[in-house]
Design a protein around this ligand. Structure first.
Ligand code: M6P
Ligand code: ZN
Length: 189
């Protein structure tokens, strides 16, 4: 059985202090995720840059446990599309998730399997309730790193395969210097 423990989110740096694991996602880990394939190939050939990192506390993946992690998405774009996470449904679909904006400017795009989409912007202090059954992807729409805290049932699991297959119905791209939501021409219902 786990004993109570604590860590700390540093609101100055946007980082999780005393994390246990770090997951790195570079451009090469995000093949097929961005819409503009030629821009992706060119950028990746120049340098396999870091797109985001997830700093996790270690918690057993058992019912009743709460996984928690701080994700930092670096500023950048592939073509016009902002740097973003892979995005996922939960394997255990009736599980929700809470996101708290810590530093920087972001957005979260969500979809459910009935074809509904939701886009919400996040800044420090924003609290987003990702409802059960909704896939979620976060995006850095600013010019500094965007970091947020996520808390979710530790046994929820990540279903990446569905997103790899169908994508999200909307893309967040920069148009005239501003984040703009457009339809994803590659979305497969
Ligand atoms: C948040 C949580 C994690 C997730 C991470 C990165 O911290 O939702 O579960 O792993 O974001 O997102 P993804 O797994 O979609 O790359
Ligand atoms: Zn999740």
């Amino acid at each position: 059985m786990l004993e109570p423990f604590k860590s700390a989110v540093d609101f100055e740096s946007g980082l999780l202090k005393e994390y246990d694991n770090k997951v790195e996602r570079r451009l090469s880990n995000l093949e097929g995720i961005f819409n503009d394939a030629p821009s992706y190939a060119q950028l990746r050939a120049e340098e396999d840059g870091m797109v985001y990192e997830v700093f996790e506390k270690e918690v057993p993946a058992n019912p009743g446990q709460l996984a928690h992690a701080v994700t930092v998405i670096y500023p950048g774009k592939v073509g016009a599309e902002y740097y973003m996470t892979k995005g996922h449904f939960h394997q255990k679909e009736p599980t929700a998730e809470l996101y708290l904006g810590v530093k920087g400017q972001g957005g979260i795009i969500m979809q459910n399997k009935e074809g509904k989409t939701s886009y919400l912007e996040m800044k420090p202090g924003s609290l987003v309730y990702v409802a059960p059954y909704w896939a979620h992807r976060t995006i850095n729409i600013g010019s500094e790193p965007f970091s947020f805290l996520a808390i979710y049932p530790a046994d929820a699991g990540h279903d990446y395969g569905t997103i790899e297959k169908i994508g999200f119905p909307k893309l967040v791209v920069e148009q005239e210097g501003k984040p703009t939501i457009i339809s994803n021409p590659r979305f497969k219902r």
